[in-house]
Design a protein around this ligand. Structure first.
Ligand SMILES: [Zn+2]
Length: 300
């Protein structure tokens, strides 16, 4: 009787594990296929001190949450040019989505409930019309859902700057965000797949595919006079994890968010070397202390 029960349990466990593998495997294979060459420090420094380059880089916080690892922020980055145009990186979430996301984070990792600071359109006010283009560090819902609110206020007229990887490769964690972006008010600008892309329209701005965290994970680099700011998205969840070369662990990187852990390790080393230079600051999306230290808050 006991033997039969154990055999039954073994079979059930086997079926459950096979189903889990079948669910996760395609995403793991896909993200391991994205290993574009990385820009050199020399390539990136060409963005510094360009004629007509950015005059300021700001942040907005749409929601934040205390956790055992520090304050987790859902922020939006705004780069400003002399003519008043803004480039926006990520969109945060609206109030309901931020509250629900915060509850999930609290259940899984502990800490406090999320505090909602405002939607991107509320925080931008009239400046929403000055946003000429938008890019996403990746297409997870906590970076893309706020685009719905943004578009309701902005209407058409803004451009999407996106790598081919981010446009074409999606998994169970990014397809919802991809659908929001794909059906949004943004008009997509076609760009090359690999290496650092620059834009005549936005001097001093660069974009390069990274992979690692998601297939479409993207670096945005900004030359702010003689400084260079590198927006690394969610390659890590804190700047300390880059400096101390710390991964996210098995449960996160293999089960929750299928990552190419070899690639994220390579990216941590690459970012740490760049961040060590006195003229370069790496800015990690969710590390609110890092964002506040590197940038100035946006006021409209
Ligand atoms: Zn995120």
């Amino acid at each position: 009787m006991v033997r039969k029960l154990l055999v039954g349990l073994g079979v059930a466990l086997g079926i459950a594990l096979s189903a889990l593998l079948a669910y996760l495997l395609p995403a793991h294979v896909q993200v391991r296929g994205v290993t574009p060459s990385l820009p050199t420090a020399t390539d990136l420094r060409r963005l510094q001190n360009v004629v007509g380059g950015p005059i300021a880089v700001y942040y907005l916080v749409t929601s934040h949450q205390s956790s055992p690892q520090g304050t987790l922020g859902h922020d939006v980055i705004l780069i400003e040019w002399p003519d008043g145009d803004l480039f926006m990186i990520d969109a945060g979430m609206d109030r309901d989505a931020a509250t629900a996301f915060g509850e999930t984070v609290q259940t899984m990792f502990g800490g406090d409930p999320a505090i909602v600071d405002g939607t991107v359109s509320e925080l931008l006010g009239d400046a929403v019309r000055r946003v000429a283009a938008v890019g996403f560090t990746h297409l997870h819902i906590d970076h893309t859902q706020g685009l719905i609110d943004f578009c309701a206020a902005r209407g058409s007229g803004a451009t999407l700057l996106q790598t081919r990887y981010q446009h074409e490769l999606h998994n169970f964690n990014t397809s919802e965000g991809a659908a929001i972006v794909g059906s949004s008010c943004l008009t997509r600008f076609e760009v090359a797949a690999d290496g650092l892309t620059t834009f005549d329209r936005f001097p001093g701005l660069g974009m390069a595919p990274l992979g690692g965290h998601t297939p479409g994970s993207t670096l945005f680099a900004v030359g702010l006079r003689d400084r260079l700011l590198l927006f690394s998205g969610d390659i890590t969840n804190s700047l300390a994890d880059i400096r101390d070369d710390r991964g996210k662990g098995f449960v996160y990187s293999f089960l929750l968010v299928p990552e190419h852990t070899g690639r994220t390790a390579e990216l941590r080393t690459w970012l740490a070397a760049l961040d060590a230079a006195p003229d370069i600051d790496v800015v990690v999306s969710h590390d609110l202390a890092n964002v506040r230290q590197a940038l100035v808050p946006f006021t409209n």
